[in-house]
Design a protein around this ligand. Structure first.
Ligand code: SAM
Length: 213
């Protein structure tokens, strides 16, 4: 899979690429490309935002800047999903993550300040995604959230078996995973449920199924 991120801070993604799961799939299952709007802006002095028509505070990411960036990379409108990260987008859920992970290519557009010129979302993007009902300062953390969630779904990202039985997975009927415990078996009078120490795999499996919420 190839994921392209358009941002003003490509260097901010460096730490993410050094961490699992992205580090585990980079160069094999995942090709990640980071593009800076400033590198292709048609405006002088690296300008990318402008004042909002109608007045008001803040700066808006220009449509011609994003169009130039997409043209430079794809030579026109790409046929794969182009996702604007916006608090006004549809909510990111595990189902959306699975949808994206099944795509061979995905483009993520980040904005900052007041956000995108509306024509970017309406005309240049094919989708808009919110990572939650709150406002962050820019789309880079949301892009990293999408990247991490999608990368976990790629073959080889996780240790065998650890990606299937997770919260929101089909295997758990979309529910929340059962609780996990590790050593010590008792701490400050807080015991681990006996069944998990029993060695009886059928009982453990039944207990876990019962505790999916
Ligand atoms: C300060 S926000 C703009 C908020 C916008 N003026 C509004 O009120 O809806 C700047 C940028 O951060 C990103 N962003 C902020 N919160 C987000 C969220 N919950 N999900 C996805 N992207 C978000 C988007 O790229 C957005 O354009």
């Amino acid at each position: 899979m190839r994921i392209d991120v358009f941002t003003l801070v490509p260097h901010a993604f460096a730490w993410l690429t050094e961490q699992r799961p992205i580090a585990a799939v980079l160069g094999s299952e995942l090709e990640l490309r980071l593009f800076n709007y400033r590198d292709t802006t048609p405006l002088r002095a690296g300008q990318v935002d402008d004042e909002p028509y109608g007045g008001g505070a803040g700066m808006v990411l220009r449509v011609d800047v994003v169009a130039a960036a997409l043209d430079a990379v794809y030579g026109g409108a790409p046929s794969h999903p182009v996702v604007a990260l916006s608090p006004q987008g549809r909510p990111l859920t595990q189902a959306v993550v699975e949808e994206f992970a099944a795509e061979p290519e995905l483009t993520l557009l980040s904005a900052r300040f007041e956000g995108f010129d509306a024509r970017i979302v309406e005309q240049l993007a094919s989708d808009a995604i919110s990572i939650g009902p709150y406002v962050l300062s820019n789309g880079d953390l949301p892009a990293m959230v999408v990247l991490d969630a999608v990368a976990r779904r790629l073959p080889g990202a996780l240790a065998e078996g650890s990606g299937e039985l997770e919260s929101f997975s089909e295997e758990l009927g979309g529910g929340l995973e059962y609780p996990h415990y590790t050593r010590p078996a008792e701490f400050r009078g807080w015991p681990v449920p006996d069944v998990l120490l029993s060695g009886d795999h059928a009982k453990i499996e039944a207990w876990r199924r019962e505790h999916v919420r």
